[in-house]
Every structure is written in C-alpha cells, then in structure tokens.
Design a protein around this ligand. Structure first.
Ligand SMILES: NC(=O)CC[C@H](N)C(=O)O
Length: 229
C-alpha cells in the first residue's frame, strides 16, 4: 500500500499520519501541495489534519483549490482510496469529493478531547479490522466539525449506508460534541473509496499516548487488496 500524504501550508498532523501508516505496514510519502501529480503507484491519498491556510476563508476552502487536488480528484474518480482526517475532511467537502459542509461547532468553541465513535459498517477498505457496531475511542480537535447537508442529501447518505462513524458515549449513549446532524463523525463517498472524518484515529495508535483504537483504520487500509484497474 503506497500512501501519499499531501502537505499544505498549515497542515500539522502529517507526521502522525505518516507514523500510523508506517506502523501498519503501508509505505507513506509526503507530497507538497504545489505538485500536479501524485507519485506513481499511489494507492491511497491522505489529506491530514491541521490548519491549512490558517483556516481562512473557511477551513479547507483554499487548500481545496490547489493544483494537487485535481490529481486527487482524478485518483478518486479512478476508484483510488482517499482519506481526509479533520482538516482533510473539510478539504474533501470543500473540493466536492464529499457532500455537505462542516460548520462551526454548535457551541462555537474549539474542542480538544477524547471521544467515542460507533463503527457503522466494516465492509469497506477503511474499517474491515473493526467489528460492525464496535465503539472505539479516538481524539477530536476541531473548531468546525458540525456536519450538515440539505435534507435530501442526508436522506441519500443514510439510505446508501454512507455514514462511516457516529459520535456516541463509551456505552453507546448519545454524546455529540459539535452538533453534527445525526451524530455524523465521518462519511464515505458513493463508491466507498473516499472517507472523510473529523476525529483523529492517527493519534490513537500507541498505548503510551492514550490507546490503540485508531489502529484498525490503518490496518484495514494496509491489508486492503486493491481491485484490478
Ligand atoms: N485538527 C484539525 O485538523 C483542525 C481542523 C480545523 N482547523 C478546525 O479547527 O476545525
């Protein structure tokens, strides 16, 4: 699994993504945002967390218009895997690769804490190492994670089973940190090859720093057998 982690001015979780990928057996490389092509044989593109362009005009809005995003869109259109974490999720919605928008958190405050999520399905390249319905503990750190879309789009996402993760408490009870509609923490594209999520699984891969529940996502990706082109 060759992974290209795109580096924008203001990205700050690229090292965490790099370590999480390498630990799960993938081969990560950092790619500067001014590039126009992905490295040959890229299987997975990762848009990491951070504050690309200082979160002006909206989080992810400027990064979404970078030249490398044309290559990322072409990769996704070919069925290539794309993972957007936090600011990466914001870039995915701003670039049209995923529907909806991420508004300011309902309480208008930046939230940085541990958070539980329910894994909605495990028959995807990103979640096969988890059990369906498994509750995992990961970190969240964002000011604009309040996911919303028009009611038709939400009905379509729900109807197609495209919700990847929902916010919940440790025992599955309601616990929504940012006001996201239907407790949505992450969604898949129509083809299930693009995943955007606000939480940070890459920060929960080492027992010494809080837990290992994030590992499953990277292990799922690393073991995913790429279908013939
Ligand atoms: N950790 C992140 O990627 C933060 C994303 C974005 N800067 C926000 O505050 O919402």
């Amino acid at each position: 699994m060759n992974a290209a982690i795109i580096l924008f001015p203001g990205s700050n979780r690229e090292g965490d993504a790099f370590r999480a990928l390498a630990a799960s057996g993938a081969r990560p490389a950092l790619v500067w945002h001014r590039e126009t092509h992905l490295p040959p044989k890229t299987d997975l593109v990762v848009l990491p967390g951070g504050f690309s362009y200082g979160d002006y005009l909206r989080c992810g809005a400027i990064a979404a218009r970078e030249s490398i995003m044309d290559a990322v869109r072409a990769h996704a259109a070919r069925g290539g895997l794309v993972l957007g974490i936090c600011n990466g999720f914001q870039i995915l919605v701003e670039s049209g690769l995923l529907p909806g928008v991420l508004m300011r958190n309902a309480k208008l405050r930046f939230i940085c804490r541990m958070q539980h999520l329910r894994v909605e399905r495990n028959d995807t390249p990103f979640a096969s190492a988890y059990a369906r319905g498994q509750i995992i503990k990961v970190a969240i750190a964002h000011g604009e994670g309040n996911y919303i879309a028009d009611s038709e789009t939400i009905a379509r996402i729900e109807g197609d089973g495209r919700v990847a993760f929902r916010y919940c408490g440790a025992n599955g009870e309601a616990d929504n940190p940012n006001g996201s509609i239907n407790d949505i923490a992450g969604i898949y594209s129509k083809g299930f090859n693009v995943l955007g999520l606000m939480p940070h699984p890459e920060n929960l891969v080492d027992a010494l720093v809080g837990g290992t529940d994030g590992r499953g996502l990277f292990e799922s990706l690393a073991t995913f057998a790429r279908p013939a082109a």
